[in-house]
Design a protein around this ligand. Structure first.
Ligand code: IFM
Length: 458
């Protein structure tokens, strides 16, 4: 048994996002988002559900704030729904939408909980999508206007800002793979979208700093740990390694490199050119000065980590393929392998390779099909095991020198898990979606003990 100690000022929080919990999709002047449109389109969500009601947090936020407080978290990461503030994406502000977040922030502060506000967690106003969405450079400019309005309203009290959540999902998952709104399959568009999402981040950084003096500003990137399916001396090892390196470029380096001032990775520019994703070259959407804007110094990097990907060379030699046959570890309900060493590696990679000055884990957690037992309690031992192993990975990375300053568990409560609907429960609080009852799971009691002690036995 090892005891890991966390520093006294370590941030312990839980996280959610607007579309996943708020509901009230068309109340008080809110505009339609791309997720409203996507989820209302038959066949897009596995259980044919949507976020119309979700956790009804829009109406139940006071009790949710009390819940967060009672669980012992000292920070809460939420996101602002852009179409609540600007129903048309820009132009006329919707005051009731801004008031909602004003009340939420006041409530959090009264409860002694530090708010971490994410400006974009995927609910783009549909009006902007109708003008080209993230494929359109004007969306990045509209984001800066939105960041200005929100930070003028909340910036006296919110001192922790995250611009964009997971630009890989905003761009490649949504515009190439098509699993998320707007559900497209267009490689060139996906790369434009990625650039404009990063540009939006960079444009917002000085705006947030100006309107929220003393605030810490960050972007959140998601990371998957790329692992080659075979190692030397297997005859496939060299090809699997090259494929893994490409996959790392696709998922990780395309985003981690530019925000660290390294430009887009040259090997991936070559690869995407060969794939026909850059028919007019990078200069088609990268304008002079953009890379400096994207690399605007931030106060920390937010990282979301869940799993690894085991990769082999594609049979036709053109890229990578998933290698489930070489991925034998226990899995969560999302079918994601449990691999805490990937979190350790990420944190060390950021520290030793990228020299990231400060890191906060803005999401980490696990989905399991849990529910209350005969005693009315939710015994989610597997989630406890998952969290314990990942807390230990954080502590080990800290011991190796990685400047990790905080950890937010995903998620505060069960919620709308995007294309999976309500079939996946990531919450540390169980939600009955019929009655909206909330029951803290045993895992959140475990997290509470760790937070209280600021220490972990593992
Ligand atoms: O629920 C999502 C969250 O919105 C973004 N990061 C990953 C989580 C689990 O899939």
């Amino acid at each position: 048994m090892t005891q890991y100690i966390f520093p006294a000022d370590f941030v312990w929080g839980s996280a959610t996002s607007s579309y996943q919990i708020e509901g009230a999709w068309n109340e008080d002047g809110k505009g339609e988002s791309i997720w409203d449109r996507f989820a209302h389109t038959p066949g897009k969500i596995k259980d044919n559900s949507n976020g119309d009601v979700a956790c009804d947090h829009y109406h139940r936020w006071p009790e949710d704030v009390q819940l967060i407080k009672s669980l012992g978290f000292n920070a809460y990461r939420f996101s602002v729904a852009w179409p609540r503030v600007f129903p048309d994406g820009r132009g006329a502000i919707n005051p009731p939408g801004v008031d909602f977040y004003n009340r939420l922030v006041d409530g959090l502060l009264e409860a002694g909980i530090t708010p971490y506000a994410t400006l974009y967690h995927w609910d783009l106003p549909q009006a902007l999508q109708d003008e080209g969405g993230w494929g359109n450079r004007a969306t990045a400019e509209a984001f800066a206007e939105y960041a200005d309005v929100v930070s003028r309203a909340l910036g006296d009290r919110v001192k922790n800002w995250i611009t964009i959540n997971e630009p890989w999902c905003v761009s490649l998952l949504s515009h190439l793979i098509g699993a998320h709104a707007p559900g497209l399959h267009d490689g060139p568009l996906a790369l434009r979208a990625a650039h404009h999402a990063l540009l939006a981040h960079g444009l917002a950084v000085p705006v947030l700093r100006a309107n929220s003096p003393g605030a810490e500003v960050a972007i959140t990137l998601n990371y998957t740990h790329p692992t080659p399916a075979t190692l030397a001396p297997a005859p496939t090892a060299a090809a699997d390694y090259s494929a893994t390196r490409l996959f790392d470029g696709f998922f990780n380096r395309w985003f981690f490199d530019p925000v660290h001032g390294r430009d887009y990775p040259a090997d991936m520019v070559t690869y995407y050119t060969e794939q026909g994703f850059l028919p007019n070259g990078m200069q088609d959407f990268v304008q002079p000065g953009d890379m400096e804007i994207i690399a605007a110094p931030t106060d920390y990097l937010g990282v979301n980590y869940y799993t690894r990907d085991v990769i082999k060379a594609a049979p036709d030699g053109s890229g990578w393929a998933s290698a489930p046959e070489a991925a034998p570890l226990e899995r969560t309900d999302m079918d994601w392998e449990i691999y805490p060493d990937g979190l350790y590696s990420l944190l060390c990679r950021l520290h030793f390779d990228y020299q990231t000055p400060k890191i906060i884990i803005t999401e980490n957690g696990a989905s399991y099909p849990d529910g209350p037992g005969p005693d009315g309690k939710v015994h989610d031992q597997k989630r406890i095991d998952y969290l314990r192993s990942h807390f230990a990975a954080v502590a080990r990375a800290r011991a190796a020198g990685a400047p990790v300053a905080g950890y937010f568990v995903w998620s505060l409560m069960d919620n709308f898990e995007w294309g999976e609907g309500y079939l996946q429960r990531f919450g540390t609080v169980w939600v009955d979606f019929e009655t909206q009852a909330r029951i803290p799971k045993e895992s959140v009691l475990f997290v509470g003990e760790v937070m209280q002690a600021n220490a972990l036995d593992a």
